[in-house]
Design a protein around this ligand. Structure first.
Ligand code: G1P
Ligand code: ZN
Length: 542
């Protein structure tokens, strides 16, 4: 194998965020941008003689990037790469393959729920041998490398086609092309009661799964239709496309409106779900009802023991700080620990590795368990189906029972998108500066009881993360959280998270936005959001 060594220089903007490096496709395809970042990863992880998983969500540039990564891996002495056929692997499936085959880590190509295509976004994330995203110490080291490296190494010859399963070579490196679905589907069979779901479906239970033209299509067809017997066509938008059919593969009521429309009619399917670009997020619906991700986490935690993989109970629950406290109420009832972590799945890793928690979730439609080290969209869907089959109840009945037992935590997230970065920064700085002055003051008729920045110390490894979001507590238990997104690619996104708990004896049937109106107004008055962002309302309400 001929190796080319090419000169490169530091390239701006290669600081990885909460989910690896995410940029517009245009930036990612600039000369040497990808190569610079991949070489920086290789310089950090010492890849000679090692084995890695590679795969992505199939978005535009996936194939080109994988071919370059294969050539660079060979030139950097990697022993073996296991890659999904056609370059496809959902993020949870990639995490599973790293763990199942005991590889040294993996490269996941995705910008998650962000649109794809030449005008969309692209991303690359390095996961370690645990199957989870690399810790900050590693991503910081990678970033430092991007700023100092002077050359990268790439095999002269082309990478082999990866459209068929089989074993290939590139120089001294072995490339094994595997079925992206089979191992993952087998894992699901060990955790979930497939017989019970098959039986439910054979008795006429109907479902609609919207793959949003993204990576979960082939997974959902194999599992829901072939293995569980759902009617052909239950999985819609099932063919992964490089630009996600021109859509925005983010499973929430705004971007998955088509699913919502199908579920909100009286003769709609019994169960509806969707997943995002790379298959780690989920949206859960029943006929006539949308389940918020925070509620979904709580229901999954309260009922996980009904699935074979969790029959002995769960060790603990972790949620990101902005996620609602609904799951904490379940943890309390089960007598297990409830952890609050900063936003981003990587913070769950140490707790999962230490066996301190079994179920984790984020308000941003991510739920998962100790079976992999990423959130897992289809897993959440299957666990819900398992719970429905075991309880013999509809989604609506399950939610009403849950709220009747734990109360209902009304919840919503308001996003102000593509805000000028300086303005967004000043809003947060000013808020931080005013924190001490807020307790005792009243806004929109609500008195502030607590105002603080969220600082976190990992209970397992003692690492710390500071300034992770501003928490505003109000009398009566309502809460608002403000933080800046770490995954946006245009300007800054300000996220305002709102919640208000209603006791089991209270009004459990309010419209969530109505139930949260006062706390929303209070937060807006405190941060002066609408005026300073120049918006009369948030851009996205979920
Ligand atoms: C968003 C979500 C966060 C999630 C991340 C990656 O990050 O809010 O929960 O972990 O995407 O999927 P943010 O843009 O808020 O930084
Ligand atoms: Zn995702």
């Amino acid at each position: 194998m001929q190796i080319k060594t090419r000169a490169t220089r530091p390239i701006e903007g290669q600081k990885p965020g909460t989910s690896g490096l995410r940029k517009t496709t245009e930036v990612f395809s600039r000369p040497d941008f990808l190569q610079n970042y991949v070489q920086a990863i290789f310089n950090t992880i010492e890849p000679a003689g090692r084995t890695y998983i590679v795969g992505g969500d199939g978005r535009y540039f996936n194939d080109i990037a994988i071919a370059k990564i294969l050539r660079m891996a060979a030139a950097n002495g990697v022993k073996k790469i296991i890659v999904g056929r056609g370059g496809l692997l959902s993020t949870p499936a990639a995490s599973h393959l790293i763990r199942k085959y005991g590889t040294d880590g993996g490269f996941i190509l995705s910008a998650s729920h962000n649109p794809g295509g030449p005008k969309g976004d692209f991303g690359l994330k390095y996961n370690t041998e645990t199957g989870g995203p690399a810790a900050e110490a590693i991503t910081d080291a990678i970033h430092a490398e991007t700023q100092t490296l002077t050359e990268y190494h790439i095999a002269q010859e082309d990478a082999p086609e990866i459209t068929e399963e089989g074993t290939f070579t590139l120089g001294n490196m072995t490339i094994e092309v595997v079925d992206p679905v089979a191992d993952y589907a087998d894992l699901m069979e060990t955790l979930i009661d497939f017989d019970a779901i098959r039986d439910l479906i054979s008795r006429g239970f109907t479902l609609r799964f919207d793959a949003m033209h993204a990576v979960t299509g082939p997974y959902a067809v194999e599992i829901l239709e072939r293995r569980l017997g759902a009617k052909h066509g239950s999985v819609v938008n099932r063919r992964p496309s490089p630009d996600f059919g021109g859509g925005h593969p983010d499973p929430n009521p705004v971007w998955a409106k088509d699913l919502v429309d199908h579920m909100m009619v009286p003769d709609g399917p019994d169960f509806g779900a969707a997943s995002d670009g790379d298959g780690d997020r989920n949206m859960i619906m029943g006929q006539g009802i949308y389940v918020t991700p925070s509620d979904s986490l709580a229901v999954i935690a309260a009922n996980a023991h009904l699935a074979p993989g969790y029959a002995d109970g769960i060790a603990g629950i972790a949620r990101s700080m902005p996620t609602s406290a609904a799951a904490d109420r379940v943890a309390e009832a089960l007598g297990i620990a409830a952890h609050q972590t900063p936003t981003g799945w990587k913070f769950f890793g140490t707790l999962l590795d230490a066996g301190q928690v079994t179920i984790c979730g984020e308000e941003s439609a991510g739920t998962g368990s100790s079976h992999v080290r990423e959130k897992d969209g289809l897993w959440a869907v299957l666990l819900w189906l398992n719970i429905i089959a075991a309880r013999g109840q509809s989604v609506q009945q399950i939610m009403e029972d849950h709220w009747g037992r734990f109360g209902r935590t009304y919840y919503s997230r308001h996003d102000y998108e593509a805000v000028d970065s300086d303005i967004a920064g000043t809003i947060m700085d000013d808020l931080r500066a005013a924190l001490e002055t807020l307790p005792g003051k009243s806004f929109a008729g609500l008195t502030v009881t607590e105002a603080r920045d969220f600082d976190y110390t990992d209970p397992v490894d003692g690492s710390t993360a500071t300034s992770q979001g501003i928490i505003l507590g109000f009398e009566g238990g309502a809460r608002a959280v403000l933080r800046l997104s770490g995954t946006g690619t245009q300007g800054a996104t300000i996220r305002l998270y709102l919640e208000n708990h209603e006791k089991p004896t209270g009004n459990l049937r309010q419209d969530p936005q109505k139930a949260l109106e006062r706390v929303a107004r209070a937060a807006d008055q405190i941060a002066d959001l609408e005026k300073r962002t120049g918006r009369s309302a948030p851009d996205v309400v979920t």
